[in-house]
Design a protein around this ligand. Sequence first.
Ligand code: GLY
Ligand code: MN
Ligand code: MN
Length: 463
Amino acid sequence: MFSAEVYQNRRNALKEKVSSGIGLFLGNADASMNYPANTYHFRQDSNFLYFFGLDFPDLAAIIDFESGEEIIFGDDLTIDDIIWTGKQPSIHDRALLVGVKETRPFSKLQEYLSQAFRHGRRIHFTPPYRGEKKMLLEQLLGIRAAIVRDYASTELIKAIIALRSIKEPCEIEELERAASVGYQMHVTAMRMAKPGRFEQTLAGIIEGISLSNGGMVSFPVILSQNGQILHNHDHSQILQAGRLMLCDAGAETPLHYASDHTRTIPIGGKFSQRQKEIYEIVLNANNTAMNAVKPGVTYQQVHLIACKVIAEGLVQLGLMKGNPDEIVNAGAHAMFFPHGLGHMIGLDVHDMEDLGQNLVGYDDETKPISQFGTAYLRMGRKLQPGFCITNEPGIYFIPDLIDLWKSENKHAEFINYAEVDKYCDFGGIRLEDMLLVTETGCNIIGTRPPITVAEVEAIAATE
Ligand code: GLY
Ligand code: MN
Ligand code: MN
């Protein structure tokens, strides 16, 4: 974990932003897979990690925004626990590592909150995303589990977003660490993308790279010849020469900072002319978007810049027709690029998404656009130094979407359906990097995994 001062400073900054009441931070519990004692790898709640750093189950914490009091609630191990899981320092000693001096048994949380209620204190909490936590909140606060999310504190959420959006130097180092594991994962997948191999062999090996560096993957690996299925977790196919393999994968560091890169590789090592033409458009969209990133520009503007590059490229290839600005205004490009340019990244791969996508990605100045495609843009607001974001344009040929739009004659003035039909077996290309917004522009976080046609072909030619 970071030094105690890092967590103390974060909690102090939060106290500056929330004027009254009590912040309640529930850590995560172990989650069962198929019977109670067989659990998934434990993943701590990211807000808990951010303010309290302790990375083990069954903890809660409060911050009294008026008195400044901070308490961690949790239970020391019993001899039965120690037999199965080994000895651990006391909760009190571990709390000191994050600068919290007061600890109490978990069972005292209810009493603490009941007393706070009696004194008319407001309890601020973030929206729960796990069923068990909703039930715990029902028990603690007397709000039905089914509706407890509606009672989450917008004041606390906005304060947390304001802090977590600007990455500290120690966090940027962690993101670089995550990116360097991501680099190894992607270069390994590129080298292994040979005809006759199972997708699942590559997916398993790159997940193992993440685990062998001390962290889980930051989201389930996406690795498939069917890259047109945006979040395709099926790895059951055998790689075939001449097709494309899309790999979207990332690692968590031991402190749980995430990486997220996507690369698209020609199976067998050489792009065909048709693949190269589409690839170069996506790469141009990626590079143009990156060059447009700087403080004061909104990411919505950058997204639309990337859309225009894609529209221009597809017009040049004869897959679209007309004026690229009009194409983007109409949303016709979204048949090929039906998602957003990127999202924030940090302790979560989609950073802070538990707090509400629109509160993270938008504000009073920049509102979400509801048009198909751009509606999926998770991050739209004005960029500031210290923001960490992904840049992930793509072009996909999604047969069902093409057939649907064609049957409706949708955007027929902009889409050359006769040409598009020839690409129904193409798959998809996405190219994703991680960016740190600086005072004047942006930097790629970590070493950029091979991305030009020449770089990818050179790596794919090696074993
Ligand atoms: N890895 C999921 C995404 O790129 O958003
Ligand atoms: Mn990704
Ligand atoms: Mn991403």
